[in-house]
Write a protein that binds this ligand. Structure first.
Ligand SMILES: NC(=O)c1ccc[n+]([C@@H]2O[C@H](COP(=O)([O-])OP(=O)(O)OC[C@H]3O[C@@H](n4cnc5c(N)ncnc54)[C@H](OP(=O)(O)O)[C@@H]3O)[C@@H](O)[C@H]2O)c1
Length: 179
């Protein structure tokens, strides 16, 4: 059985997955549905990320607060100066090869891609099976976008798990300072 390639993020309402300078301090204080993390811990076999995300990871924090145990692959053109850690393999290869290696290590479970940059490259190659997003109620206005591709063509998507894959999602918010 082959796992899926999942592009997976918590995302601000305005489409950022990290703040300016890769800051992640905005991600606190949100709640997620019960069992959400457990579901991903169970279904994830390996993780693929990029060098910037790895370099910015606080004390080499592992995904899902350490609850998940599996192989992490980090793509970089210069693995020789990367900070090593147990269970982390630095790859200097094409993204398609990185996916092959990651899926192999995932051993039938999913490969989660934790990088906007790599996800965009994989999307261009038709190698993303699913995009999982958890939209949190915040506007950042600046930072690292989920999908940054100036001059590119629009990518149409189906909404999974619904009768109307082209249906819009209605979301309503109120600014906290207005209360
Ligand atoms: N919100 C969330 O749920 C969530 C989850 C995970 C991560 N994040 C955030 O996402 C951000 C990741 O940012 P990013 O996508 O801009 O950076 P990134 O993918 O983490 O790092 C970019 C770097 O990865 C390497 N790379 C990318 N493609 C490559 C290829 N084809 N071959 C070799 N190396 C390649 C290059 O490193 P070299 O320069 O070394 O060659 C490139 O400069 C981080 O801030 C992270 O904290 C957010």
């Amino acid at each position: 059985m082959t796992g899926q390639v999942l592009w997976h993020f918590t995302m601000s309402l305005d489409g950022f997955v990290a703040g300016p300078g890769h800051s992640m301090d905005w991600m606190t204080g949100f709640t997620f549905r019960p069992g959400l993390v457990d579901d991903y811990v169970t279904t994830t076999g390996a993780v693929l990320g990029g060098r910037d995300g790895w370099d910015m990871a606080v004390d080499g924090n592992r995904p899902y607060g350490g609850a998940w145990d599996g192989a992490i692959f980090v793509l970089t053109h210069h693995p020789e100066d990367a900070k090593p850690a147990d269970g982390v393999t630095f790859l200097n290869c094409g993204v398609a090869e990185a996916v092959r290696i990651g899926l192999d290590a995932a051993d039938g479970r999913n490969l989660e891609v934790f990088s906007p940059t790599i996800g965009r490259q994989l999307l261009g190659l038709g190698l993303i099976d699913r995009i999982d997003l958890h939209v949190v109620p915040i506007l950042l206005g600046d930072g690292i976008r989920l999908y940054d591709n100036p001059g590119g063509v629009p990518i149409r998507l189906d909404r999974a798990g619904t009768d109307d894959p082209q249906g819009a999602v209605d979301l309503r918010f109120t600014p906290i300072q207005a209360r």
